[in-house]
Design a protein around this ligand. Structure first.
Ligand code: IPE
Ligand code: IPE
Ligand code: MG
Length: 235
């Protein structure tokens, strides 16, 4: 079985998972956060090299203040409850997304986890937090325009490689497989450029129930795909 090098997850369905149990949405997010750590560890054990997880979108600010407030605590919980384990397991943790709107305790936790794990090179988890593709592309295009005006780059040099190098994901490998849990079939402003040639998989399972067995099913499904990249199959 070929193990994808880079898997991206849209961790969706925490709220519906909790509702089905008669619990609050926050209860669902707590379970989802625990599961993030479990899935990350399972990926590492299987030999995946990079995992990118959508934890908070630029659109998620539109949720009720109490829910947003809990979600803003996730990086601090990750740092205080799992920071040591990430170091022990040599997991590099990085965040992508805006940093200018999150509360100061959230930013502090983000910077601390990144600082503590920055030396690790074998396995990386990237957490998309206050992330949205429209924002990422808009910011990058502005920077490209500024660099072209001041002469750092030439307009003729703008190609897909250069554009990729202006994104938050600049040093990450291409995404082989994207998994969105909960049965929704959309990208919700997630990594639009980066997913251009990824295999997409949409299990019905709500994120808190997405376990190692489900991960293996996803990887098995990936192995059935024929990645042609616009070419034709070899005879
Ligand atoms: C995904 O679960 C987590 C975040 C968006 C932060 P949801 O909270 O979207 O759960 P559903 O989709 O309402 O079930
Ligand atoms: C996408 O899920 C964002 C995250 C999982 C963080 P949403 O639940 O916010 O997406 P929509 O609203 O169903 O498109
Ligand atoms: Mg959702």
């Amino acid at each position: 079985m070929i193990i994808p090098k880079h898997i991206a997850f849209i961790m969706d369905g925490n709220g519906r998972w909790a509702k089905a149990k008669g619990k609050s949405r926050t209860f669902g997010h707590k379970a989802g956060f625990k599961n993030l750590v479990e899935v990350v560890k399972a990926c590492q054990e299987l030999g995946v090299e990079t995992v990118t997880c959508y934890a908070f979108s630029t659109e998620n600010w539109n949720r009720p203040a109490s829910e947003v407030s809990y979600l803003m605590d996730v990086p601090s919980e990750l740092y205080s409850e799992k920071g040591k384990e990430f170091v022990e397991k040599q997991i590099k943790v990085r965040f992508i997304g805006r940093r200018d709107r999150v509360p100061s305790h959230t930013l502090k936790a983000i910077v601390s986890i990144e600082e503590d794990t920055k030396e690790f090179t074998k396995f990386e988890v990237v957490i998309a937090f206050d992330y949205g593709s429209y924002e990422e592309l808009t910011t990058s295009i502005k920077k490209i325009a500024r660099d072209a005006i001041d002469g750092t780059i030439k307009v003729e040099d703008i190609d897909d490689n250069l554009i990729s190098n202006y994104l938050y994901t600049r040093d990450l490998p291409p995404i082989d497989l994207m998994v969105r849990t909960s049965g929704e079939h959309r990208l919700s402003n997630y990594l639009l450029w980066q997913l251009a040639y990824s295999e997409l998989y949409f299990p019905k399972t709500y994120w808190p129930d997405f376990n190692k067995n489900e991960l293996l099913i996803a990887i098995n499904e990936y192995n059935k795909r024929n990645r042609r990249f616009g070419s034709i199959e070899e005879e």
